[in-house]
Design a protein around this ligand. Structure first.
Ligand code: NAD
Length: 373
């Protein structure tokens, strides 16, 4: 098969969907040709020559690449001009924004077989393909590093001849993959950490990383409904939100840094840090709103900006993994290779889309001109 790796065109997207390591594996048996667009790896500091050495063919123009590629590996979904260049029978794999109806419709109309990695079932067999996890992990790390950079005090407690400096207090909202990595990173820097999640199941994980779990007492009914069958957070009742808001307000006022990661798949992010809560925070505090692209956990954060409001620094950078582009690409590329290998015959290299396979069926969003929900 011909596998194409275009340069990403969305503003600020530095990642790339294949690395020399994965190219080498795709081409090892001589079954596949990998085409890499000139400069595709530049944002992740991977030169064309490294791809070439690994066995890729470098092509100058996106049009040449798309014309030949039966399989296209991308980071972000295609923009209209990219889509127009793709073969009608192409298989496209990437972060295709499955909740963005217009984009999916355009891909389906074009005839693509599209796999949105956001829809990959979170089952054990799919762990090595789990793009959301690999990228959220990096995002959680970088969020803490960004906060530390803006924060005008130390993270660790220091006892010096000039007196003692207190440790930073970090509050992590949402203890999924990103939140847990944020806890681990803040811990390594010496902070005192509290974390909060709507899913009581994460309490143990939070505590095992050395953070305190902050709990909103749940009724039996709320306990049973806080988590969906897929392990995601569910939308909570108005009464729960009120109690939660009060507790977050209190803990935020005591915190120096908030790393906020709360998401509900396919819905706007829950508002957890209201303006009153920001006002109650100490001057010089920092909020990293990792949910900013989904509307934000704090209404004051602004997409792709760092702003200061009521004396609090609000960091709203959407693509945090893109700021760690080399490692983010390395993990992303491996995730995609593991996913694609599910469909490639190891002996002949032929591609087979087996819709009986839970992982393949779960990620498929369009095929044969139709949208698959
Ligand atoms: P996510 O990015 O969808 O959300 C981040 C966190 O925010 C979650 O922990 C969620 O519970 C929390 N949250 C949502 N609304 C909230 C609110 N109002 N207040 C506080 N917190 C709120 O989550 P994720 O990191 O993608 O993880 C989702 C699920 O997938 C988890 O159960 C996780 O364990 C599971 N998972 C499974 C695998 C696997 O391979 N088996 C891999 C990764 C994740």
């Amino acid at each position: 098969m011909h596998i194409g790796i275009p340069a990403e065109t969305r503003a600020g997207e530095t990642r790339v969907a294949a690395t020399p390591e994965t190219v080498k594996k795709y081409t090892a048996k001589g079954l596949h040709t990998v085409l890499v667009q000139t400069g595709a790896g530049a944002g992740a500091s991977i030169p064309d020559a490294a791809y070439q050495e690994a066995g890729a063919t470098i092509v100058a123009e996106a049009s040449q690449l798309y014309e030949q590629s039966q399989i296209v590996l991308k980071v972000r979904g295609p923009q209209a001009d990219e889509l127009a260049l793709m073969r009608k029978d192409a298989v496209l794999i990437g972060l295709l924004s499955p909740h963005h109806a217009e984009g999916i419709e355009a891909m389906a109309k074009h005839g693509l077989t599209g796999f949105a990695m956001e829809k990959l079932p979170r089952i054990s067999r799919a762990q090595s393909m789990d793009v959301l996890s690999s990228q959220a992990n990096i995002g959680g790390y970088k969020a803490v590093i960004m906060a530390a950079n803006v924060y005008q005090k130390f993270f660790p407690m220091l006892m010096t001849a000039a007196g003692t400096v207190k440790a930073a207090r970090v509050l992590v909202l949402g203890a999924g993959v990103a939140g847990l990595q944020a806890i681990a990173t803040a811990k390594r820097l010496g902070a005192v950490i509290e974390a909060f999640d709507v899913r009581p199941a994460v309490k143990e994980q939070v505590e095992s990383l050395g953070a305190k779990f902050v709990e909103v007492p749940l009724t039996d009914e709320e306990k049973a409904n806080a988590e969906t069958a897929g392990g995601y957070a569910a939308e909570m009742s108005e009464d729960y939100k009120r109690r939660q808001g009060e507790l977050i307000h209190e803990r935020a006022a005591a915190a120096d840094i908030i790393i906020s990661t709360a998401l509900i798949p396919g819905r706007p992010a829950p508002v957890l840090i209201k303006e009153d809560t920001v006002k109650a925070m100490k001057p010089g505090s920092v909020i990293v709103d990792m949910a900013v692209e989904a509307g934000g956990n704090c209404p004051l954060s602004e997409l792709n900006k760092t702003v200061v409001k009521h004396g609090v620094h609000l960091i709203g950078i959407a693509n945090l993994p893109g700021l760690v582009a080399t490692d983010a690409s390395a993990l992303y590329a491996r995730n995609l290779m593991n996913f694609l290998n599910l469909m490639l015959d190891a002996e002949t290299g032929a591609l087979k889309v087996d819709r009986e396979d839970e992982i393949i069926a779960g990620s498929l969003i369009c095929a044969n001109g139709e949208i698959i929900s």
